[in-house]
Design a protein around this ligand. Structure first.
Ligand code: NAD
Length: 335
């Protein structure tokens, strides 16, 4: 089996490549990543010498390159490559449309031309918009994205759906809740708060801190995609989530408690425009139809994740320079 994984130097993509080579040592993986600010080859150090893994630095919008790579006998395409940070999408929406919509279409065309056996689009619960105090997102929830990020992901998803309806391309779309775990870029909530708290710096919290996200340990997301690749019914959407809704403040307090840092570091900042209030995933379909079950309990998963960032300080301190410093200053003022 030969897989083309895009975005495999990013947070979830790199965890997925490591996971798949462990679960299926006989599979070959071509890992395509443009190495934007979010891509990091250090995440793949453990498989540097693995002959089953080939890394190619390329942009998914490069049609000739995607055609060449998928034409090398690829069976399955798993598309993680994306601009993924909501705050950045508010500052610069254009690159989100380019990668998340046009890039997806380029991959779909190459997949169609070379008759691949499965195309998995890795998407997000954010395409469903926001929830009130009750209810959960199901696969039937209408798409009502509120940020340029989620709108661009929804655009990609609709193209994937259309290539199935129009051309019969064997596709699945997965929509997962917020992930946490090793190798997450330190602009995202959990690693951001850990790194700031360790340096006794103010912890920026949007609005009242009571926005709710549904958290899933990254390895559980990887196991769900592995199942979808092998058992997913063509054309179907699968929601992925672990029923772990937590407010942002709860997450921050858990981190402060484990690090032994004071709550006085919490600094409320002006809310993100269009900030979705609550996400909650109903994972009944993937649980009942594909037999998926997450392995990680949230309270132990978050503690293991904090420990990982403590033991891998060099990994994230190296990232927090250059482009990242400029972005952070633009977003929150100076450090
Ligand atoms: P990430 O930002 O850490 O990684 C994205 C990767 O894509 C990076 O390595 C980057 O270099 C690469 N990339 C960006 N533009 C590219 C291009 N034009 N061509 C090739 N490579 C390019 O993101 P992540 O958090 O790992 O998310 C991966 C996927 O999962 C995304 O599609 C995202 O929408 C989806 N998702 C993420 C979450 C989450 O909580 N992080 C939840 C649900 C779904």
């Amino acid at each position: 089996m030969k897989l083309l994984v895009t975005g495999g130097a990013g947070f979830i993509g790199s965890n997925f490549v490591l996971y798949m080579l462990q679960q299926h040592p006989d599979y070959e993986i071509i890992n395509v990543d443009a190495l934007t600010y979010a891509g990091n080859l250090e995440n793949l150090k453990a498989i540097e010498q693995n002959p089953k893994h080939t890394f190619v630095k390329a942009d998914i919008c490069d049609a000739a390159k995607m055609d060449e790579l998928i034409g090398q006998g690829v069976d399955i395409v798993v598309n993680f490559a994306a601009e993924s940070h909501v705050d950045r999408s508010i500052l610069e929406p254009d690159v989100f449309v380019k990668t998340n919509v046009l890039g997806t279409q380029v991959l779909l065309d190459a997949a169609k031309k070379h008759s691949i056996t499965k195309f998995v689009q890795v998407s997000t619960d954010e395409v469903y918009g926001t929830l009130g105090e009750t209810g959960l997102f199901t696969e039937e929830t209408p798409l009502t994205p509120n940020s340029p990020y989620s709108a661009s992901k929804a655009g990609g998803d609709l193209l994937v759906r259309a290539y199935n309806e129009t051309f019969g391309l064997p596709v699945n779309i997965t929509r997962c809740s917020n992930n946490y775990g090793p190798y997450q870029f330190p602009e995202k909530l959990i690693p951001l708060i850990i790194s700031k708290a360790l340096n006794d710096q103010p912890l920026p919290v949007y609005g009242d801190g009571l926005n709710i996200r549904d958290w899933l340990y990254v390895e559980d997301h990887c196991s769900a995609i592995d199942l979808v690749i092998h058992k997913g019914v063509n054309g179907e959407v699968y929601n992925i989530g672990g029923n772990n809704e937590r407010t942002n403040l709860h997450i921050i307090r858990t981190i402060l408690e484990q690090l032994g840092k004071p709550e006085s570091l919490i600094t409320y900042v002006q809310d993100r425009p269009g900030h979705d209030r609550r996400y909650g995933i109903d994972p009944t379909k993937i649980t009942n139809e594909l037999g998926w079950k997450p392995k990680h309990n949230f309270e132990t998963g978050i503690r293991e994740t904090i420990s990982w960032y403590l033991s891998n300080k060099e990994w994230w301190t190296r990232i927090q320079s250059g482009e990242y410093e400029q972005y952070y200053a633009k977003q929150y003022g100076s450090r």
